[in-house]
Design a protein around this ligand. Structure first.
Ligand code: MN
Length: 203
């Protein structure tokens, strides 16, 4: 039987697990009987962004969203598809060392469970390029849409925006109001130490 392509190959190639505190990939887990998990990392890397990760097929499908999610259906936020991450990444919070891929602080900004609307359609909706997900997190609750705006090949770009399902809150800026980690309460994040600072150019 042909082996299923390893969805974590890119994740593995980009990292040196002897250096970064990020988890090495475990074997890809079978589909869970219970609810699907999601989490959002606030990642202060080269640029601050929010990594939305949705459990599907034993890995975490991932998108990097520079401005983060919004409760305002009128705010359509860019979300760039990135490599699948291992499920264990959901528990990672810490500092990726300078010089490593993604160097900088990453905190668990939100987490919880999700399903598609209608339920159980993750694979189909992902292929189609239009996810309608309903999240039950600590900060994110209710429906969001993720719509692919460019054909696949290279980095696929998607738009993330709130569904009009009665849970929208156009006046609530969740990113500004709730900056903290839901795991540790940490609020402050730090980007990578710049080479110029290491060389003493800045005070
Ligand atoms: Mn990131």
């Amino acid at each position: 039987m042909p082996r299923r392509p390893d969805p974590l190959e890119t994740y593995r190639q980009k990292r040196d697990f002897g250096v970064t505190p990020e988890p090495a990939p475990e074997a890809v887990a079978p589909a869970p009987a219970g609810k699907l998990r999601f989490m959002v990392h606030k990642h202060d890397a080269t640029r601050l962004h929010y990594d939305l990760r949705l459990e599907v097929d034993g890995v975490l499908a991932s998108w990097a969203c520079p401005k983060g999610p919004s409760y305002d259906p009128g705010q359509k936020r860019l979300a760039v598809e990135t490599e699948d991450h291992p499920l264990a990444y959901g528990d990672f919070e810490g500092r990726i060392p300078d010089g490593e891929y993604g160097a900088g602080d990453s905190i668990i900004w939100d987490r919880g469970t999700y399903d598609t609307e209608p339920p159980g359609q993750m694979q189909v909706q992902r292929r189609k390029g239009h996810l309608h997900i309903v999240m039950d997190g600590q900060k994110l609750k209710g429906g969001w849409h993720l719509v692919r705006t460019r054909p696949q090949g290279g980095k696929a770009q998607w738009l993330l925006f709130k569904a009009k399902d009665g849970t929208e809150r156009p006046d609530y800026d969740v990113v500004a109001e709730r900056p903290e980690s839901v795991a540790s309460g940490r609020r402050v994040t730090r980007g990578p130490q710049r080479q110029s600072r290491l060389r003493g150019v800045h005070p």
